[in-house]
Design a protein around this ligand. Structure first.
Ligand code: ATP
Length: 138
């Protein structure tokens, strides 16, 4: 079987989340989803808050919630530097649901002392975590 894998590293300021062979990655780039297969051209792109999906060397699809950052692809190595990142299986779903409700309540208020941008970002992070954990519903 032809080797169609390349190295994907996901790093945050706190930890190296993973450093694995993968066959396919889809990242939430700021101008849309971006798929990376082996032998991709060199690339640097900024990332949104969202869900990163990858297919590991064993062929199973995994999800990681990320909250903004960058991807660099060079010589069959993909490096993602994210502000925060969690594997779907390590996400605390109750915490993300509570964060979502808190942010939604803030956004519903019309008070002047609310920082809407901050609440919107918090809502996006919570939704990305719920999606990565497979626990998102409208
Ligand atoms: P919260 O309001 O629940 O703290 P937040 O979006 O403000 O959420 P961040 O500032 O993005 O949290 O993250 C702080 C740290 O907590 C990071 O290390 C992040 O990976 C981790 N984290 C945040 N939410 C979760 C979660 N639901 N499950 C696991 N880890 C989480």
């Amino acid at each position: 079987m032809a080797d169609n894998t390349y190295m994907l590293e996901v790093v945050t300021p706190e930890r190296v989340l993973q450093s694995n062979e993968v066959s396919f990655t889809v990242v939430p780039a700021i101008d849309g989803e971006l798929g990376v297969m082996k032998n991709h051209a060199p690339l640097v792109a900024a990332l949104n808050i969202g869900v990163l999906r990858y297919v590991d060397a064993a062929g199973s699809e995994k999800r990681i919630a990320i909250s903004g950052g960058f991807i660099e692809v060079l010589d069959n190595e993909g490096r993602i530097l994210a502000e925060t990142a969690e594997h779907g299986h390590e996400i605390d779903v109750l915490r993300a649901k509570a964060a979502r409700e808190r942010a939604e309540r803030r956004l519903e208020q019309r008070a002047e002392n609310i920082n809407y941008v901050r609440a919107e970002q918090a809502l996006k992070r919570a939704i990305a975590r719920l999606k990565a954990a497979g626990a998102y519903s409208d």
